[in-house]
Design a protein around this ligand. Structure first.
Ligand code: NAP
Length: 306
């Protein structure tokens, strides 16, 4: 455990910076629950898959390819359903939605965990900046496609990040979603994580009057494959700080797992969590008009995709 995790305290939930996914599910039986986790083959998603199945849940584990999903699911003992879901390929996401529907699965939670970070150069999918497309649009297609599969008290958990604070002024550059008129690696990553946060907030508003919830989480800062695009010097310092301050992968997976399954989180919706507790996000993440606009623009984008 890092030095900081040893010193950090616990919040009102009884959990905190140093809590692990196993600790936040200690004593819970998730038998009978079905939970979909995107990006189940690496980092936090794989830890979520491991711990959720250990507690008895059936996990629909998605990865970019069926082979990756199968290989990840084969590493755990519990009940799993591996599916392909390449978030940058709308046809793959729609096929994933169709497979869940065809199997008649009712989902107790959807954890939108997969993501990419800080691509050094502009990359695009279908004409849109790749982090925005993968992290937000891919998950937008998935979640909106699966809304009817959610149980009456189903939970949607969006992996945002404290990096949403790096989003451009105004939150989302609607006039530059291609990235073509200005690209900065962390700004565009921040924008995609702001989009994840705004999507959770708008979905929560749409769930009002039901027992369904939607929340966003910052998992902490954890050394995973997410840093693969960082330059070697940054990776070196990232590695050093791992020992002092960063969370471990079991600690990093705790918040998404807590929000997805812990009974104490059942009535909380439209919130931003960090360290397994409700936290404060950037002010414009609470701008309902901005969130509504993002939803509407996302629908328009998706309607034109192949
Ligand atoms: N680690 C951190 O410090 C940190 C901090 C804040 C937020 N987060 C968020 O936490 C989430 C999990 O990140 P992690 O740290 O566990 O990273 P990771 O180890 O790199 O895992 C990311 C997962 O997303 C998948 N993925 C990437 N692009 C995809 C695509 N186009 N379609 C489908 N799946 C795709 C990856 O698949 P492949 O392995 O096939 O590429 C992998 O399974 C991300 O949303 C990230 O933004 C992480």
């Amino acid at each position: 455990m890092s030095l900081y995790a040893r010193l950090a305290g616990k919040g009102p939930s009884g959990f905190g910076y140093g809590s692990t996914a196993e600790e936040v599910t200690e004593g819970l039986s998730l038998a009978g629950k079905t939970i979909l986790v995107t990006g189940c083959n690496s980092g936090l998603g794989h830890e979520a898959l491991r711990v959720l199945t250990k507690r008895g849940a059936r996990v629909v584990g998605t990865a970019r390819t069926l082979d990756k999903a199968k290989a990840a699911c084969a590493t755990v003992q519990g009940d799993t359903i591996p599916l392909a879901c390449e978030l940058a390929d709308p046809a793959s996401v729609r096929a994933c939605v169709a497979a869940v529907k065809a199997a008649g699965l009712r989902l107790d939670a959807i954890i939108c965990n997969a993501g990419i970070m800080a691509l050094p150069k502009l990359q695009q999918a279908h004409g849109y900046e790749l982090q925005f497309f993968t992290n937000h649009i891919g998950h937008f297609i998935l979640v909106t496609g699966l809304l009817d599969q959610l149980t009456d008290d189903g939970r949607v958990v969006m992996l945002s990040s404290a990096a949403h604070n790096m989003a451009p002024k105004g939150g989302i550059q609607f006039d530059n979603l291609s990235g073509a008129t200005g690209y900065r690696d962390w700004t565009q990553y921040g924008q995609s994580k702001m989009a994840n946060l705004l999507f959770a907030k708008e979905l929560a508003r749409r769930f009002a009057g039901t027992k369904k919830t939607a929340n966003a989480v910052h998992p902490g800062v954890i050394q995973t494959n997410l840093g693969r695009h960082m330059n070697p010097i940054a990776q070196f310092f990232f590695g050093l700080s791992d020992k002092i301050a960063l969370k471990s992968i079991p600690q990093g997976a705790a918040t998404e797992v807590y929000v997805a399954v812990h009974p104490a989180a059942a009535g909380i919706s439209g919130a931003y969590f960090a360290d397994c507790n409700v936290a404060k996000s950037r002010a414009d993440a609470d701008d309902a008009a901005l969130a509504r606009k993002l939803w509407q623009v996302s629908e328009e984008i998706v309607a034109k995709l192949p």
